[in-house]
Design a protein around this ligand. Sequence first.
Ligand code: G6P
Length: 372
Amino acid sequence: AAADKGGWSSFMAKEVSEEPEAVANTIRGRVHDGTVQIPELEGLDELFTGIDRIIVIACGTAAYAGMVGKYALEQWARVPVDVELAHEFRYRDPVIGPRTLVVSISQSGETMDTLMAVKFAREAGAKTLSICNTQGATIPRESDAIVYTHAGPEVAVASTKAFVAQITALYLLALHVGRVRGALDAETIAEQVRQLEAVPEKIARVLATEQEHIEQFAHWMADTRSVIFLGRHVGYPIALEGALKLKEISYIHAEGFAAGELKHGPIALIEPGQPVFVMVPSPSSSPLLHAKVVSNIQEIRARGARIIAVAEEGDAAVLPFADEVLRIPLAEPLFEPLLAVVPLHIFAMGLATAKGLDVDQPRNLAKSVTVE
Ligand code: G6P
């Protein structure tokens, strides 16, 4: 049953359609009466009270989920967080010890680079927690604690539903740690829980209202040779994820940048016709960041960039500067990435399909890389 496309043209199409459930199922059983209680972490408060630092390690898409998670962990749990690629972390001399919690993220739970980094962290005396989508996999077995994502089996090589489930698990973890450490009051937790619980339905709305439009648009873009993605704050890792997905399955050169970094280099890449996806923060919940991103858009638009804005419903400020607008429902800043990534997944899939490529089995890639 796990290997059944269930009427979809590809596993990837099926898995993108399952993004709402991936979030909902990851929340289920961990939220009670407006508070977050993760049963797997029962009795393990020491893991969170006895630390002064968290290091998130992962590879590929999971590492971008980790970058999004950092914003929530720092904002809610008030613990300093670093995010590092597992293979980089492993081969340097990091300052870690018993007061470090190393959080690994892996869909498969078998990625060798991540596994080696977890073992290395453990040998150095750090505490380890695994966020994993595969029951009983090696990485969770090697860790002190496990929070499973419940995205269901992911078959397509490029990760989609696991990504939104990983962000969800990180947010639940951040609220849990914030509560255990006394960094959050009950009211704040209840409010964030409400926002998180609203996400599945909002993702479903993006799929229902934007999917066809984005696929059509991807079709027109089939001859594009390079795409740039820009974002700020949590939109930055989403820009990186959008670029990665395009590289992985459509073999188009794509780069993600922090929008604020444009003027320090990447703006030199902009020439007439260059497509640029811009993750536009919410004008109501992040007015400052919104204004900054709109001015970034104006700068590149003046140099001929073709702007594809991923923007909140009702945001009219982007209209005069955007060649294309992909709409997402209203959300607080931390919840935007769970919505903004959906159009990017659909776009990558649509473009690869338009090029006649096999979206499930991209060349040179494996679903789970079990060698270093
Ligand atoms: C491979 C896959 C990627 C995935 C990465 C991490 O490179 O092709 O899609 O993001 O591994 O995989 P994991 O199973 O550890 O999340």
